[in-house]
Design a protein around this ligand. Structure first.
Ligand SMILES: NC(=O)c1ccc[n+]([C@@H]2O[C@H](COP(=O)([O-])OP(=O)(O)OC[C@H]3O[C@@H](n4cnc5c(N)ncnc54)[C@H](O)[C@@H]3O)[C@@H](O)[C@H]2O)c1
Length: 369
């Protein structure tokens, strides 16, 4: 029997069950959760006993708060919410289990491999009046936040073209020696989901159709695509060129990539998430008229008190305590999953694929205007 509650008094910390203590889940415990006093992580769950015990020891968690199943944890511990840092294929099944027990859910990207699967969890959460949020941590960094603000303020006029480049070299391990080589859609699902989600956030538009071409070299050790070029049409006819690669020997980009946003009156260029913190973010604005016209001008970026996952976790806790819905609700994220899913479909079919119209970015912005 669950002891979860549907909302939390605003002065009490949100009691969080954390499922998945692999590489990234451990990193959450070490870096993302501690700066957020609004949450109290009350239990750890991992079905892999040695992983669970290693995390228990590292973080000094008592036996009574360590479990090999979510069901056991929710039955034994008073909790308000569940954090999922498990592999993608388990996200929706775990989310449904948590929601059924009356717990709010914060889930790592990618939410799910298909819109159909993700939508089921979204609808269950909405019916139950519970928060379901996707951790799209790249949104909470200074450069994309400022890019969105400047675009909305008309700093480059009417947006006419967007180009994004992501390049890393993750190919040093011999064949068979890296888990990454065997990931399902290591570029599109594991990485490009961040970039397509930023694209929707920054432009305030959803994708309409996409053409994806896998461009892996013959020596790639990845089972599925390690690199791809996408041409995406967004609402309003805006065309986006995206190139992403795990096997690039060209100069490496920051994790959020290098962005170029051209408009009728100027140009914005930014890069973000060089490391874990916000200090490597950079943004340049070039205006066509006025003082310094034609010269790229570095824009000072404010350093946020919290960024990335911690900022999202704080927004999640606020929502659970009866505050506003977070920006990256499961419902909002359907638009990002739809583009990711259509890109994978296009890569397989060799054709331009329509993107399922599920996003609400534009509607939300129109309501806010
Ligand atoms: N936002 C980011 O920047 C970022 C970075 C890295 C990873 N991630 C995401 O975090 C999630 C976890 O990634 P990871 O690299 O830590 O993976 P991982 O494989 O290292 O760890 C996953 C953990 O989940 C556990 N687990 C719980 N239930 C499971 C089940 N039913 N089946 C299999 N394993 C189960 C595994 O035992 C393992 O300890 C993924 O969704 C990944 O995309 C996000």
């Amino acid at each position: 029997m669950s002891t979860a509650t549907s909302s939390r008094p605003s002065e009490e910390p949100v009691r969080l069950v954390h499922v998945g203590l692999g590489d990234w889940g451990t990193n959450w415990e070490r870096h993302a959760i501690p700066p957020v006093p609004e949450v109290d992580r009350v239990a750890l769950v991992d079905p892999h006993e040695p992983t669970l015990r290693a995390a228990q020891e590292t973080f000094g968690v008592p036996d009574a708060a360590c479990f090999t199943s979510l069901d056991a944890a929710l039955g034994a511990v008073r909790a308000d919410a569940v954090l999922l840092t498990t592999p993608m294929t388990t996200h929706v099944p775990f989310a449904l289990e948590a929601l059924a027990a009356g717990a709010h859910v914060l889930v790592e990207k990618p939410f799910a491999g298909t819109v159909a699967e993700a939508r089921e969890a979204v609808e269950v959460a909405e019916r139950a009046g519970l928060t379901l949020q996707v951790s799209q941590n790249y949104r909470s960094y200074p450069a994309p936040q400022e890019a969105r603000r400047l675009l909305r303020a008309g700093a480059v006029g009417e947006l006419s073209a967007v180009a994004v480049d992501f390049r890393r070299w993750d190919h040093d391990a011999p064949a068979g020696a890296s888990r990454h080589y065997d990931f399902p859609h290591p570029l599109l699902f594991d990485m490009a989901i961040h970039h397509v989600d930023l694209l929707r956030m920054i432009t305030g538009r959803d994708a309409v159709e996409v053409y994806a071409k896998v461009m892996d070299p013959p020596w790639s050790r990845y089972r599925e695509e390690a690199s791809a070029a996408l041409t995406v049409e967004m609402t309003g006819g805006l065309v986006v060129s995206y190139r992403g690669s795990w096997v690039s020997r060209a100069p490496q980009t920051a994790w959020a990539g290098r962005w170029s946003l051209e408009g009728s009156d100027g140009h914005l260029a930014f890069t973000s998430r060089g490391g874990e913190g916000p200090d490597d973010d950079e943004l340049e604005l070039t205006t066509a008229t006025g003082p310094g016209a034609g010269e790229p001008r570095r824009v000072e970026l404010a350093r946020p008190a919290l960024w990335g996952r911690s900022a999202g976790l704080r927004a999640f806790a606020a929502a659970v305590r009866g505050g506003p819905a977070p920006e990256t609700t499961g419902r909002d994220n359907l638009g990002s999953v739809a583009l990711m899913e259509a890109a994978a479909r296009s890569a397989a079919s060799g054709r331009v694929e329509a993107v399922e119209q599920v996003g609400q970015v534009q509607r939300v912005q129109e309501e806010q205007a």
